[in-house]
Design a protein around this ligand. Sequence first.
Ligand code: FRU
Length: 477
Amino acid sequence: MSVLTTVLSREIRKTEETAAMERALQKNRLTHHLMPPTGWLNDPNGLCYFKGRYHVFFQYAPFEANGGLKFWGHYSSEDMVNWRYEGVPLFPDSIHDCHGVYSGSALVDGDKMHLFFTGNVKMDGDFDYINNGRQDSTIHVESTDGIHFGNKEVAIHYTEYPDSYTCHIRDPKVWKDDQGYHMVLGGRKKGDHGTVLFYRSQDLKNWEYDRELTTENTFGYMWECPDCFELSGAKVLSVSPQGLTREEERFQNIYQSGYFIRQDGNVQEENFREWDMGFDFYAPQTFEDAKGRRILIGWMGMPDADEEYTNPTAEQENWQHCLTVPREVTLKSDMLYQWPVEEINTLRGEATELTAENTEIEAEGPFDLEVQVQGERIALHLGENLWLEYADGKASLHLSEAAGAGRKIRNAQIPSGKLTGIRILVDTSAAEIYLNGGEVVFSTRYYPENLKQNVKIDADNVHGKIYRLNSMTYTEN
Ligand code: FRU
């Protein structure tokens, strides 16, 4: 350990210990969403299942709730509901990543966990930091226990990327197949065209540029956090594009996250589907677990959204943002559906039946509501804080002035044309709404004054249940 790492790790522990003492007073701390012990969290990183445990790393700025120098934080779990905080495995402590250990992924190969990430370096001087002044090497570390990592090695030096690119290439996602190892990186080509770049390797050390993939017309100036996987025969490319023009029912946030199902290996902009239609969802990553499930976790946050909406936790409780619950991804009718992994059901407690005669109930804290619905017009209200409306094949999510902290309305077309099912996971300051078994999802932060809220459904017919949702457990390593 370098002196810098020792000092930083001591400082993080102190900051987290102080935060631990303050936790009891923090009403917005989440019960079933992973959040930073203190400070700021963004993208999920290094998701994998390794030697009997799920690993969730995340972009972490422990010293500042409004973002800052990025480290990787780390949670692990046997079952995705009982979590252990493992501390900070990666520090910005080398000449290749001194301004941030940026996003990346894990590859489990044999008895090792490999992490690949982007080292962010901003040079001092008069630079625009797009075409010059920034280094973005891809870095590799490995581990045999998933907790302690060896030396940082440069896998791709920033000078080796193709000349046609700006200094914005990052967020490696790595996988293995019969041909060897593969990596996809997100990029901003000169001329502001978002793309992904593919690299190949036979030994995880030497990486060779293979090719780029992008849409015919420019679809955003930058594609962040790419992911590439096959699911039930479909070849999927997930990206987080920046620079799309906002529309009424699509691309409503400042930046988007979505996927293409590739046709003959290519991607067409008209085939791009957003993963999530809520206010707070970005930079998702997937992995395959030991049961063969494709699991997605997203960042429940939005970069650069603070002119429109905010998270009061940053000022009031010194932390900001969280991750979505792990969602199983499946392919249905040429689309990807997302659904909370079944382990979340183990948190369900006491249940109350919701029927056409009983459509209103007072909830007192976090809950999981799952109902089948019928009707031309349907509405679901959480007190006056948040409501979902459905009519004419469209759904819209509304937040009140008080609970939204700037969030107002998000719309979504329902591809199958009709609303038949609603599931909503409601946490202290977050809600995930799944329509039609995960055909459309809205994720949002929200800040109700009181967790006692009247849950009310208006529909021609309703049947299902609302369960109290117990807290996930957190321990510290
Ligand atoms: C996405 C992102 C990534 C980058 C990381 C830095 O939110 O901008 O592209 O690696 O965050 O924290």
